[in-house]
Design a protein around this ligand. Structure first.
Ligand code: HEC
Length: 477
């Protein structure tokens, strides 16, 4: 049927090159939906053609010059306009996952909704008292009590205001230190302090709209008092002013607490040249003491000019970190460019190649592998947008002992892996239809807690802010 329209390769081109960011339906993904009739009506083919060729570098839209020729782009545009019309008549919706039974090869579980109406959840971490902190990307920390299922989560007051645009907002959260008075770690996108021009409103496009403000990932720690107020704030990471950029992508920001240390990831902020430079913190994984200082046994502490907190190099935008409890190998998930999403084992001082090698498509990168740069354990093309990773370290799921779990945004997936040493020996998709699946962690009760965005009734995954849920996987006999 496609051939009859003269669209030929267009559906495949869309799936391979565009769907990871623009989604497969009307609601889009990280980029806007290209199938939305209102969007299409406002743009001529010439305008769309130019955007596809040149991209919008500051907005995270790659240019396809050299990858797609004029005829291919013409067929792609025809496909987008026709498919847009079809989808408008039959919009897709996300299934409500409440109490669904998931039958995996080795374990059956029920999806138990702990809290709903959480706005675009990003990160989660348990407090010593068993309550769960959840960040909402638009800029809130919520306190969920898993023992009071369905109750309205508290909001922590006095937290900083993030820059909310595209990837930006509140990111991950972690709890570390003294059990009675723990530190709460928070990463977020912040506008350059002192920038005083008005911020552009929603819907403004970077190319023609008002100037975007310079922004950067900032990592802080603070404490939450009995009244739910954010107090005692301290800086853990703050880039130099010159590093604040109009780019609205690749902030990184996943934490992993490791006893007296904490790891954090920083993305390349849309400029891959950072990832190979030891004097830039971007495109790296960092390891610090709980106060943010560099431990003496970090790999680059004695390298002149190097940032001393760097643990690994050449990581494009890592959003997942977890230790295998058996081998103590550190597993990581990382967003690739167009295709080339990665699962890696991160080792001290190693170079994971971003900026020079990739299994995905990136203008300026021609190599897939290189001596001295570590290949991924697993990669995904087309992209699934991997956002969180965790090992099952508990014993509530006999069939999933020590298994690894990965969440994916564009792919809407929860994937399970059986790992032996450095190898994936079994891989199973547990779901792929309940919305953007953002994060997974182990609870103190030994259950897996998963963050879903857009989990009830809404359209399939979107980069916009939408309601989400905290769910846990309850083992079934
Ligand atoms: C890596 C993610 C990514 C990929 C892959 C990608 N895009 Fe985009 N695209 C974006 C983002 C993000 C924006 C919004 C940029 C902005 O508004 O600043 C965008 C914007 C656009 C726009 C402009 C929308 C407007 O408002 O005019 C078009 C057209 C477009 N993309 C088409 C495509 C096509 C066609 C493909 C595949 C050949 C593609 N994109 C692949 C991320 C992506």
């Amino acid at each position: 049927m496609n051939a009859a329209f003269g669209m030929g390769d267009a559906p495949d081109t869309y799936t391979n090159s565009c769907a990871s960011c623009h989604g497969t339906d009307l609601s889009g993904g990280r980029g806007p939906s290209l199938f939305n009739p209102a969007f299409l009506a406002e743009r001529t083919d010439e305008q769309l053609h130019a955007t596809i060729l040149n991209g919008i570098p500051s907005g995270g839209m790659p240019g396809f010059k050299g990858q797609l020729d004029d005829a291919q782009i013409g067929r792609l545009l025809a496909y987008i306009r026709i498919r847009g019309g079809q989808l408008a008549q039959a919009p897709a919706a996300v299934k409500d996952p409440t109490d669904l039974i998931i039958k995996s090869k080795r374990q059956t579980v029920r999806i138990d909704v702990v809290a709903a109406n959480i706005d675009t959840p990003w990160g989660e971490a348990f407090l010593p008292d068993g309550r769960l902190l959840v960040t909402e990307r638009p800029g809130k920390i919520r306190i969920v009590d898993p023992k009071k299922k369905g109750s309205t989560p508290l909001t922590v007051t006095g937290t900083p205001t993030p820059w909310v645009r595209q990837d930006g907002g509140f990111f991950d959260i972690a709890v570390a230190g003294d059990k009675k008075n723990p530190w709460i770690y928070l990463s977020y996108a912040e506008v350059l302090p002192g920038y005083d021009k008005p911020l552009p409103g929603p819907g403004a496009i970077s190319k023609d709209g008002p100037q975007l403000p310079p922004a950067m990932t900032r990592i802080i720690r603070g404490q939450i008092n009995a009244k739910g107020q954010w107090i005692n704030q301290q800086d853990i990471f703050r880039g130099p002013d010159s590093m604040y950029t109009q780019s609205v992508i690749h902030y990184g920001s996943r934490f992993l607490v490791d006893g007296k240390h904490i790891f954090y990831t920083l993305g390349d902020r849309g400029d891959m040249t950072h990832s190979q430079k030891l004097d830039s913190p971007l495109g790296k994984i960092h390891r610090v003491n709980l106060d943010g200082s560099a431990p003496a046994d970090n790999p680059f502490v004695n390298t002149p000019g190097a940032i001393k907190t760097i643990w690994s190099v050449g990581n494009r935008n890592a959003e997942g970190l977890s230790y295998d409890p058996r081998t103590r190998l550190l597993w990581e998930s990382e967003h690739g460019p167009t295709g080339g999403d990665e699962i890696n084992i991160i080792e001290k001082g190693k170079n994971y190649g971003w900026g020079v090698v990739s299994k995905g498509l990136q203008p300026g990168i021609t190599l897939q592998s290189k001596e001295g740069m570590v290949d991924p354990i697993r990669y995904y093309t087309p992209a699934i947008a991997p956002s969180g990773i965790t090992f099952n370290t508990g014993n509530k799921y006999p069939g999933w002992k020590n298994n690894l779990f990965l969440t994916a945004l564009a792919g809407q997936k929860l994937i399970r892996y059986q790992i032996e040493g450095r190898k994936i020996v079994e891989e199973e998709i547990l779901w792929d239809q309940y919305g953007r699946t953002r994060a997974v962690i182990m609870g103190p009760d030994g259950l897996l807690y998963v963050l879903l965005q857009n989990a009830t009734g809404g359209r399939v995954g979107t980069g916009q802010s939408t309601p989400g849920m905290v769910v846990r996987l309850v083992p079934q006999p």
